[in-house]
Design a protein around this ligand. Structure first.
Ligand code: ACO
Length: 426
């Protein structure tokens, strides 16, 4: 028997259908609520609102579970590559050997960026934030590839084109921002090795690709590849619902990711840890400020809308800090501060009562710093990783029979009817 929810409004009973997901998540289908009752629901921030059905990513925030297409994140981080995971998200299954070889060839073919685009990068003021440049340049790609349609073939081609070119554009913008010669992608390197080489190779010092760093970068991007209906993914879906082209929808997602409460947190964590270091390592002020209701400061890299326990991605990222730093025989005083801060926060009743644990951004900046990625590129690194998720979610929305243009309602709290006053009577 189908489950229903009964609500009573103005003394009248209504039965609403209940939808149950494959992992037992329950949702009340309120699509007919306004039409039948005149009521709407009120849920700022959408904490209790399901905006779609999705078969891509499953999260259990209470148990700390994250799976892409059913596969636990821990298994993907251990065994997969970013390219393979991107294919999994987009196509629903892991690729076989032939499919994997095919996409490797295509990623290589699409990896170069139109030479004319270099002029755009060069015209930005040097201090521009790379996230603003990336968002604009992804939108610009539509002018270079106007042939995009919504056929399966065209979408798959644009998927690979974006996944390949965004990585090249990120490295290119870094090189140009430093006044250095752009390094082109090479066909003999894998996806991640190519990125590191484009970032760090130079005419006067050749870059030695280190397979352990390549592995670490693969894991970093796998951990970021999708996270169901987060702020930027929801943005891609909302913007996409107006039927804009994919480049425009992704450009909007990049802008949404930039904020410090979302992907920009990885940069904000480093700023916070640096400040603690400059204060002689005194954590108490940061913890006190984070707990103070009258202070807008929050412990960056802590807390999550869905996870009410340790973020499974943060666990893997924390281990990676040790692996990458020991591989590079480096130490980072910020890692010691981060570890102490985590220890203090996790024992503090405020953080315990609010279920606040480290999220993916808490340790990710330390991994990126160790790799030599500059701080203002951290959120760009997140964006490259999230790209397969954004595109997969956008594609899923195209095929969704329940899909509609996104258009929430509101509760109006402004003035009642007020007559226009001529200028002399105001
Ligand atoms: N430090 C201190 N207090 C916090 C923190 C934090 N980092 N996060 C949440 N809280 C408190 C809030 O003050 C609030 O307290 P109250 O109930 O006593 O008023 C309570 O916990 C719930 O917080 P909300 O803001 O309602 O939680 P929400 O789910 O809306 O926010 C968010 C989630 C934005 C991630 C929040 O935890 C935050 O601002 N964290 C810091 C920024 C950050 O790390 N963002 C990255 C998130 S992961 C990602 O996007 C990739």
């Amino acid at each position: 028997m189908n489950e229903t929810a009964t609500i009573i409004l103005d003394g009248k009973k209504y039965e609403l259908p209940v939808i149950i997901g494959t992992e037992g998540e329950k949702a009340i289908d309120i699509r007919k609520l306004r039409q039948e009752t005149g009521y709407i629901t009120y849920d700022p921030g959408f904490g209790s609102t399901g905006s779609c059905k999705s078969a891509i990513t499953f999260m259990d925030g209470e148990k700390g579970i994250l799976r892409y297409r059913g596969i636990p994140i821990e298994q993907l981080a251990e065994n997969s590559t970013f390219v393979e995971t991107a294919y999994l998200l987009m196509n629903g299954e892991l690729p076989n050997r032939t499919e994997l070889n095919q996409i490797r060839v295509q990623l290589n073919d699409y990896s170069v960026v139109h030479e004319d685009m270099q002029d755009f990068f060069k015209s930005y003021p040097r201090a521009s934030h790379p996230m603003g440049i990336l968002s604009a340049m992804v939108n610009t790609l539509r002018s270079f590839y106007p042939e995009l349609t919504n056929t399966e073939e065209s979408i798959n081609k644009t998927f690979l084109r974006l996944v390949s070119k965004v990585r090249t554009m990120a490295a290119m913008s870094y090189k140009i921002s430093r006044g250095h010669k752009v390094v082109y992608p090479r066909q003999d390197y894998t996806y991640c090795a190519n990125f590191l080489n484009m970032m760090f190779d130079s005419p006067v010092r050749s870059y030695e690709v280190d397979e352990e760093l390549v592995k670490a970068l693969n894991i970093f991007w796998i951990l970021h590849a999708d996270h169901e209906q987060n702020c930027s993914t929801a943005t891609v879906r909302v913007v996409g619902s107006g039927q804009v082209n994919l480049y425009a929808a992704i450009s909007a997602g990049i802008s949404a990711l930039w904020g410090p409460l979302h992907g920009g947190a990885n940069q904000a964590v480093i700023a916070m840890l640096e400040e603690i270091k400059n204060n002689g390592g005194d954590l108490s002020n940061a913890v006190k400020k984070a707990k103070d209701k009258n202070d807008p400061f929050r412990l960056m890299g802590f807390g999550h809308r869905v996870y009410k326990t340790y973020d499974p991605r943060a666990k893997i990222m924390k281990k990676m800090c040790d692996i990458v730093l020991s591989k590079l025989t480096k130490s980072d005083p910020l890692l010691d501060i981060a570890r102490k801060l985590e220890e203090v926060a996790l024992k503090d009743p405020y953080f315990i009562d609010h279920h606040l644990y480290p999220n993916v951004d808490f340790y990710s900046g330390i991994v990126l710093r160790a790799m030599g990625i500059p701080t203002n590129m951290f959120t760009v690194m997140f964006a490259i990783g999230r790209l397969p998720g954004w595109i997969s979610q956008w594609k899923e929305s195209l095929d969704d029979p329940d899909w509609k243009i996104s258009r929430p309602r509101q509760v109006y709290i402004g003035k009642n009817r007020t007559d226009y006053a001529p200028i002399g009577k105001r």
